[in-house]
Design a protein around this ligand. Structure first.
Ligand code: MOS
Length: 738
């Protein structure tokens, strides 16, 4: 390891790459990295959104006179002058919602876009936006669970993304026959992404050609969708997103704003930029919906689980059947006997929810791993041993094998590092001065998703390499790990590699979702590099081994360029065509006949003040197996960040809703609580070497979303251990422990 690497980067072990510093680190800290709203554009007009003050009903009247009188105002778009000029996108096609604002006066949720003000300056647009007068015909909205008028429907048969309710055997009979049975319910709150980089769109027309600058996890997806919205050929659209300042799922599906801004720019004949305010981001993009769970488990005296049922309820919008359906994972984590699961949607007058980091696993594994702890207590068993007794190399629903499964290795390594053996299992037995000490643990898992991907790699005679692929840098280190794969394969220094990402002028790569980027894109880059090597070594008549640098002088021309396409096993034959059209080709996890998952185990210590009930997390230890690790620095950061987000889920984050008006209340980062430095103490990340040749040629499993799975239940379990209080509704706040 080079001495210039900081100590924060763990030394690589077997099947792990060097902790190379991020290729974009300097650009980012110097402000040179251009985020979507940073591109300098001539003659720019500014757009500001006006949003609905009611959650259900319609816009009955609009008074624009005062707004139009503001100096600098160019145009105000409303449903009266926009209509069907911007086509709605069907839900499930990559769009965040089927609700197309300004298409008609209907209001589906609080904070829906009802007007777009365009002006010469941002200030003029904002002033005019405040002066837009709207009258409403309001109806009583349903805010979510338990609200009058909310409609509960099964996800199966209604939601596109939920193709089965995993089940096997007779779970009810198994539960009737079990010596120990628990039946428990859990709840998780609404959460909003709050990326540091605000949502924004900048649209520039050049004749029939449109360029969109927008932070995006899916530039090809956005290209296809915006072309559909405006009824144009996607070849005439370019989407540019070289850096994304926080996404976590919020910039994956395209929101209706993009088409609207593009339309506005065409209407006024000027480029338009719209930066969405923090508060408007809560209602004009997606969020993590609140969930509820009911779990039943039955086990014998040895801890073997004979019956498991998991019912989940998720809030969604009226028109869009969005569910995460995390029973795909909970039904397969352990070797249960019989299993019955069911996912339900509760339709309410809310904006459509969407992906937020580990969308299914965060709420559903929280519920499962909390229930596992409750079962361990009921059985008077060590919670780690309960996991061991129920560990399995075959998922229980169809008996399909895991390609590799490091779950118990993670538990054992993390337990040893954490000092789990020093825990007194008796509730409330550990104390230091005024602080009650609790220790808890939970499993983490995340599906290995893969998508079809393409890349163009060029090796020049001077030994430099250029990699081009429209993957996305969402803060995860994509530039760096993709560059590392090319450097390694061609035997050149990483410093000789340039990586270009985030632009539809480059060959397509999948959506940066489901933690698939490293696995999918590195598999493709590997293929392109191998093709270059083959050509080069054949040309110079030498065996293909070692570095390409040694034989460069024999290169037949100034450069060798190879374009590669990689299709994951089981993907449709037309996956590449779909990729070019911007359609998702992602699959993985439990979808095939082999279970592909990364695993982890997390152990936390909580301290609760005996009198004030203040809750602290002085330390957390996570151990993970995720196949090949490309870069121990960026992987460490992803896993550490995930666990910090898990602490946030357990103790801080919740979007409060005024249930009378179906309206979010704390729409700012002063009142939407996230942990700050003072909330986070020791976070220990252990990466355990793992080789898995079955998942993909590069042997990589995704780990971006792995770290924050299970953390919240580990904390809830530790809170129980400290206090004897089982809090089943997140987040856990001081008032819950009084
Ligand atoms: Mo992630 S929530 O799959 O962008």
């Amino acid at each position: 390891m080079s001495p210039t690497y900081s100590q924060a980067a763990p030394e690589p072990k077997r099947n792990m790459g060097e902790p190379a510093p991020r290729l974009d680190a300097r650009l980012k800290v110097t402000g040179e990295a251009r985020y979507a709203a940073d591109f300098p554009i001539n003659n720019l007009a500014h757009g500001v959104l006006v949003t609905s003050a009611i959650a259900r009903g319609r816009v009955a009247s609009l008074d624009l006179e005062e707004a139009r009188a503001v100096p600098g105002v160019i145009e105000i778009l409303t449903h009266e002058n926009t209509g069907d000029a911007v086509k709605p996108l069907p839900f499930g096609s990559g769009a965040a919602t089927s609700i197309q604002p300004l298409a008609d006066p209907r209001i589906w949720h609080d904070g829906q876009i009802i007007a777009l003000v365009l002006a010469d300056s941002f200030e003029a647009a904002r002033e005019a936006a405040y002066k837009v007068g709207a009258g409403y015909a309001a109806e009583q909205p349903s805010a979510g669970f338990d609200a009058a008028g909310a409609e509960t429907v099964p996800a199966l048969g209604h939601a596109k993304s939920h193709s089965e309710d995993p089940a096997v055997g007779d779970a009810d009979a198994a539960l009737r026959g079990a010596a120990t049975v628990i039946e428990v319910g859990y709840a998780t709150p609404t959460q909003h992404h709050n990326p540091i980089e605000l949502f924004s769109t900048t649209c520039v027309w050049n004749g029939e050609h449109l360029t969109v600058y927008e932070p995006s996890q899916s530039v090809y997806g956005f290209r296809g969708m915006v072309a559909k919205q405006l009824g144009m050929d996607q070849a005439n659209v370019r989407v540019v997103s070289p850096y994304v300042g926080g996404a976590f799922g919020s910039k994956g599906p395209m929101t209706p704003r993009t088409g609207l801004i593009a339309f506005a720019a065409r209407r006024i004949g000027r480029p338009v930029r719209c930066v969405v305010s923090r508060a408007q981001g809560y209602t004009t993009t997606t969020y993590r919906a609140e969930t509820r769970h009911r779990i039943r488990m039955g086990a014998g005296p040895d801890g073997r689980i004979s019956g498991f049922t998991h019912d989940g309820w998720e809030v969604t919008s009226r028109p869009d059947a969005y569910v995460v359906g995390g029973t795909d994972s909970t039904a397969r984590l352990y070797g249960y006997g019989a299993v019955a699961t069911k996912v339900h949607m509760v339709k309410a007058d809310r904006n459509t929810p969407g992906y937020m980091r580990s969308p299914p696993e965060v709420p559903y594994i929280y519920a499962l791993e909390s229930a596992m702890d409750e079962l361990a207590v009921a059985l008077k068993m060590d919670p780690v041993e309960l996991r061991r007794v129920n560990d399995t190399m075959k998922e229980p629903i169809k008996g399909y094998p895991y390609t590799s499964r490091g779950l118990m290795e993670c538990f054992d390594r993390a337990a040893a590092a954490f000092g789990w053996s020093g825990r007194d299992p008796a509730v409330g037995s550990m104390r230091e001065g005024d602080w009650l000490i609790g220790m808890g643990c939970a499993a983490a898992l995340y599906p290995t998703n893969l998508g079809a991907a393409t890349a163009r790699v060029r090796l020049s005679a001077d030994g430099t390499v250029r990699v081009q692929t429209a993957a996305h840098e969402i803060g995860n280190g994509a530039y760096t790990v993709i560059g590392q794969m090319a450097a390694e394969r061609l035997g050149v220094d990483l410093a000789a590699v340039t990586v270009e990402l985030g632009d539809t002028d480059l060959p397509p790569a999948p959506v940066a979702g489901g933690s698939n980027t490293t696995a999918s894109v590195c598999s493709t880059v590997l293929k392109a590099c191998d093709a270059i090597r083959e050509k080069l070594f054949r040309a110079v008549g030498k065996p293909d081994e070692g570095s390409v640098r040694d034989v460069l002088e024999g290169m037949p021309s100034g450069a060798i360029e190879e374009y590669a396409e990689w299709i994951p096993p089981g993907a449709p034959q037309d996956a590449i065509r779909k990729l070019y059209q911007g359609a998702s080709t992602l699959r993985g996890g439990s979808e095939g006949e082999k279970m592909m998952y990364a695993f982890g185990a997390e152990f936390v210590e909580v301290r609760i003040h005996a009198r004030t009930r203040e809750i602290r997390v002085p330390r957390i230890t996570g151990a993970f197996t995720a196949g090949r690790i490309m870069n121990t620095r960026t992987a460490h950061s992803q896993l550490m960040g995930g666990m910090i987000w898990g602490i946030s889920s357990a103790l801080h984050e919740k979007t409060d809703i005024d249930r009378r008006h179906a309206r979010y209340i704390n729409k700012d980062i002063a009142e939407y609580l996230v942990p700050v430095n003072a909330d986070i103490a020791k976070v220990e990340v252990i990466m355990i070497p793992e080789e898995d040749r079955e998942v993909n040629p590069a042997g990589i499993k995704g780990l971006g979303e792995l770290g924050n799975v299970g953390t919240a239940s580990a904390i809830a379990n530790a809170v129980y251990h400290a206090t004897g209080k089982r809090i089943r509704d997140l987040p856990i706040r001081i008032e819950d422990l009084l």
